[in-house]
Design a protein around this ligand. Structure first.
Ligand code: ADP
Length: 667
């Protein structure tokens, strides 16, 4: 055959074709006809092998490679140029790594073996990290000398990358286990021994041994849970269960003895014979979580109960609610609140349209002033408690309402929200009005004959002053005292009616409080017939601007209560002094005292304390009510402090008088 080499170039896929068509004659190796049989044989083996192979031949290290090797050159320009190229020209970037290996073979130092070695190569347009397992071996030439170096190799980049990924995943898993504070365990079903991480060992109080019998773990489980856990383990190891294991139980570390609630999760793995091969999983300490959950549940339950209670009491009390968002200027009324304003529509409601216009015209100014003041943090604490009338928008019905609420302020003391409830008090109010009317009528009827009687007695007294028989003037004195008492009583009934109808006139003047105190003390001494020692030495001369008669009646009321509700002969001390912007008058007695519950209601109309000390004293429970009305009208206050069995102190406070235009002397 003329071209004997052709036989050796047969087959070999793409590389076979390239080798055949290559113009070898113009290169270093010359025409293939001149090539040694050893070279041709090696090329033939290479072309017909599915293993990646590469050959450097001759002093210039001319290159050959097969189809299996070809992918290692990537899609870059290396292929097909690498065929027939000189090694040093082809592998510029890795020549310092490769050349020593080649030299090792050329000098006859034996074959090389490298596993998973990183030899980056330039392919696919960039320098890529590639890993190789390869062996360099020599190929003899016709003279029995080393003619070339054959590389049989396999690229292991994928394997190495996969392994690295696995390592990465393992370290991430370990990190996650540590971060999640998980215990891990792995049971060998064949031996029923298990291994676990340090954390799990410390929870169970286990020794450092690498493998332990399962019983060492189960005996640490709380007795009440133990059977349940062993059942769950054997259940998971049965093929039918799917191998899933998920359970919560308590462990009692034998040393610490403090219970730890853990959540165990695991998975058993089975072989084809459905036998369990491995059973492993994790353990999580859920003690804190469970306690927090329990607390949350308890709080939730309490909250639900409170809400239910408030809902029930709201319904029982028939309370309506209102909620004003003062920032956005919106207002919400519940069904009941709408009903109390006689509103039947379901549209949104507004303060000016529905609330103000819903009020009785006579109450509108008063109520809106109170609300205006509520929003002003410098004059109010935001507490709202008021009675007013509404005229039903749809039904025109008059209703009496009591409204209680609170205004909330932001950190800049700006009112942001106003919420509260409304209650229908029409029945009670009408009843009260009827009572007041009745009292008013009775008082008026009594007043006229009493005035006549009083005048007649005074006349008689004058006439009889010269009488030698002491009995008669004494008797007349007594009668006169009783008439005075009755007069005071009837006047106070009339005052109730006047306050109620808003017809109480104020008649303010400047006067010295000490003088008024003295007058009232004299009156009390006269009516109570000097049964108590009353000390007014600490009452300063202070000028006030008020309705003298009304403040007088307040003082009289408090003083006579002090005598009424204390034992004969005990002391009463009155002090008058200035404090801040106020003039204060305190009346302290050594009487029976008032319980805290009664103190709260003392200033309500018709409120009387019911106990053994009050059963024999007369009264209607309107005195202190009137006192409060008078003090309120003066922008003042009335307060009580009392200790049962020790005595009470009533405190009146009036705003300090501004300097009058007419001088009343030193103050
Ligand atoms: P009353 O006309 O019944 O005295 P008040 O409104 O003046 O009505 O007083 C209401 C109740 O307060 C009294 O019934 C009495 O029980 C109690 N009270 C008032 N002042 C005193 C006091 N100084 N000491 C003890 N209890 C008092």
């Amino acid at each position: 055959m003329e071209n004997k080499y052709e036989l050796y170039f047969e087959g070999g896929g793409e590389m076979g074709a390239l080798i055949r068509s290559y113009d070898w004659a113009s290169g270093d190796l010359g025409h293939p006809n001149t090539w040694s049989l050893n070279l041709l044989n090696t090329i033939s083996i290479m072309l017909n092998s599915r293993f990646p192979m590469f050959l450097w031949w001759g002093p210039q290290l001319i290159q050959f490679y097969n189809d299996a090797y070809r992918p290692s050159l990537g899609n870059s320009s290396k292929h097909p140029r690498a065929l027939g190229q000189r090694g040093a020209d082809c592998w510029k970037e890795t020549w310092p790594t490769i050349k020593p290996l080649i030299d090792q073979i050329l000098i006859g130092d034996g074959s090389t073996w490298n596993e998973d070695q990183l030899i980056p190569i330039y392919r696919n347009g960039r320098l890529e990290d590639a890993y190789w397992t390869f062996s360099y071996s020599r190929v003899l030439d016709a003279c029995g000398k080393t003619g070339g170096v054959l590389v049989i190799c396999t690229e292991t980049t994928k394997k190495v990358n996969a392994f690295n990924e696995l390592l990465q995943a393992k370290s991430e898993l370990e990190f996650a286990i540590a971060a999640a504070e998980l215990g891990t365990w792995d049971l060998n079903p064949a031996t029923n021994h298990f291994t676990c991480n340090e954390r799990l060992k410390s929870w169970f109080g286990l020794p450092a041994n690498s493998e332990l019998p399962l019983s060492r773990a189960t005996e640490v489980i709380a007795e009440t849970d133990r059977q349940r856990v062993t059942d769950a383990i054997s259940g998971a190891m049965a093929f039918e269960s799917g191998g899933r294991y998920d359970i919560e139980y308590t462990i009692l570390n034998p040393e610490l003895q403090e219970p730890r609630l853990v959540k165990a999760k695991g998975q058993a793995l089975f072989n084809e014979q459905q036998e369990v091969k491995r059973f492993s999983g994790t353990l999580q300490d859920v003690t804190g979580e469970r306690n927090a959950m329990q607390e949350l549940k308890d709080t939730n339950r309490k909250l639900e109960m409170a809400l239910e209670q408030s809902r029930l009491s709201k319904t029982a009390a028939q309370l309506g609610t209102f909620d004003l968002d003062l920032v956005n200027g919106t207002m919400e009324w519940d069904e009941r609140c709408r009903m109390l304003f006689g509103i039947t529509h379901q549209d949104s409601v507004s303060y000016s349209h529905d609330f103000l216009t819903g009020l009785h015209p006579e109450d509108r100014d008063r109520v809106s002033k109170v609300i205006e003041n509520l929003y002003n943090k410098s004059v109010s604490k935001g507490d709202y408690d008021i009675e007013y009338r509404t005229i039903g928008a749809a039904d025109g019905k008059l209703r009496w309402i009591r409204a209680i609420g609170k205004v909330f302020f932001n950190t800049e003391d700006v009112a942001v929200r106003f919420i509260g409830s409304v209650l229908d008090i029409t029945d009670r109010k009408l009843e009260e009005l009827r009572k007041d009317d009745f009292i008013s009528i009775v008082s008026h009827e009594l007043k006229t004959p009493l005035t006549t009687l009083s005048a007649m007695i005074q006349l008689l007294k004058l006439k009889l002053e010269s009488d030698t028989e002491a009995l008669i003037p004494g008797g007349i004195d007594k009668a006169y005292r009783q008439i005075k008492k009755m007069n005071v009583l009837i006047n106070s009934f009339l005052d109730v009616a006047r306050f109620q109808s808003g017809k109480m006139d104020m008649n303010r003047n400047h006067f010295y409080i000490s003088e008024l105190v003295k007058e009232m003390v004299d009156q009390v001494v006269f009516t109570a017939n000097g049964t108590h020692s009353i000390d007014i030495s600490l009452c300063e001369d202070i000028l006030v601007y008020a309705d003298r008669e009304k403040i007088g009646s307040v003082l009289l009321n408090i003083l006579s209560n002090a005598t009424k509700f204390s034992t004969q002969g005990s002391s009463i001390e009155i002090r008058c002094y200035k404090e801040g912007d106020e003039v204060k008058i305190s009346v302290r007695d050594e009487g029976y005292g008032i319980s805290p519950a009664d103190q709260e209601r003392l200033f309500e109309k018709f409120y009387r304390v019911r106990n053994k000390f009050t059963t024999n004293t007369s009264g209607f429970g309107i005195g202190l009510y009137l006192c409060r009305q008078v003090m309120d009208d003066h922008n003042g206050r009335i307060q009580v402090e009392s200790i049962e069995g020790k005595g009470s102190t009533f405190l009146l406070a009036l705003p300090k008088a501004t300097i009058p235009t007419i001088s009343y002397g030193a103050n």
